[in-house]
Design a protein around this ligand. Structure first.
Ligand code: CUA
Length: 317
């Protein structure tokens, strides 16, 4: 089992990186402050009263009984009522402000959750998996679907979570504030590899994003190198193309991740391992050992065939 890729940066709802997440974060902070103040007040009064009115040796008589205090009662009901009303208003306002209204708008990207990877399609024909590129400083619309069971999109620093349900199309608006790499994970138990269904969002400036998008819409560039040609032939002979697409070649399967530009991605297997020849070799040699439960069968056994195949895939930039 190869070492997993370690993600540690910014995986928190306390580091909001989209305008929607900032609003949710602000509301969250208001709630934390108010509830902490109430907690401190109640515990403080409890300690104070138990100390001040504790039973003493000298005076064992029953204390004076008070049956009603109109002013105090109005205060005790009124203040919580006003606080709850105010927070209700704040919650509704934040919900309205961050709500995913979709009025016949074209999604920026269509993401489909599958066991166990993210299938990512762009309107211009670009296709990728797991590493989702998005532009910063503009509202982007994510269309979220599921192919098999329920998955759940969640990048904590982007704010809202969104379920991906078979047969249902959900949407999420985002305005990412800064370029960078943001990570998340599937947040609905979806089977054996649920924990390894990671999300990586690469937020780029418009210019970099357009460049990436244009390059990814292009078909694969197959090097004329003899070894690479051999790899392409092996790929089709072993019917890898029944499940995977490599645009521009005969491979047009829709089951597994699109491999047209696989070498341009930083990670493999939904962010589980780094994308390098060593990990690719390990996976093709024995998929179940690297990613137990994965749908990819093991059908290539010869070491030199695997090496040629790995060379071919690693050339698909
Ligand atoms: Cu997909 Cu959990």
């Amino acid at each position: 089992m190869p070492d997993s890729v370690q993600y540690v940066k910014d995986i928190s709802i306390f580091s909001p990186r989209t305008s929607e997440a900032v609003e949710l974060h602000t509301l969250n902070i208001y709630f934390i402050i108010a509830s902490s103040a109430i907690l401190i007040l109640v515990i403080g009064l409890l300690i104070f009263i138990s100390f001040k009115f504790r039973a003493r040796q000298k005076n064992q008589a029953e204390p004076k009984q008070i049956y009603s205090n109109r002013l105090l009662e109005i205060f005790m009901v009124g203040v919580p009522f006003l606080m709850v009303s105010y927070f209700f208003y704040l919650t509704i306002k934040t919900m309205k402000d961050t709500e995913s209204q979709v009025l016949n708008e074209k999604p920026t990207v269509v993401i489909t959750g599958k066991q166990w990877f993210w299938d990512v399609h762009y309107p211009n024909g670009a296709v990728t998996a797991n590493e989702i590129h998005l532009p910063v400083n503009e509202r982007v619309l994510l269309q979220l679907k599921a192919a098999d069971v329920i998955h759940d999109w969640w990048v904590p620093s982007f704010g809202a979570k969104m379920d991906m349900i078979p047969g249902v199309t959900n949407y999420l608006w985002l305005r990412i504030l800064k370029p960078g790499t943001y990570v998340g994970a599937c947040s609905e138990f979806c089977g054996r590899q649920h924990a390894n269904m990671r999300i990586k969002v690469i937020a780029q400036t418009r210019k970099d994003y357009d460049k990436w998008l244009a390059e990814n819409a292009k078909p694969a560039i197959i090097s004329p190198d003899e070894n690479i040609k051999k790899g392409e032939l092996l790929f089709s002979k072993n019917s890898c193309g029944s499940c995977h697409s490599i645009r521009g070649t005969g491979a047009n399967g829709k089951v597994g991740p699109d491999l047209t530009h696989i070498a341009s991605r930083g990670t493999l297997l939904s962010g589980l391992v780094e994308n390098n020849k060593e990990n690719l070799t390990r996976f093709i040699s024995n998929p179940q050992e690297v990613k137990p439960g994965v749908n990819m069968p093991r059908f290539i056994y010869a070491k030199d065939s695997i090496a040629v195949l790995v060379d071919y895939l690693s050339s698909l930039k």
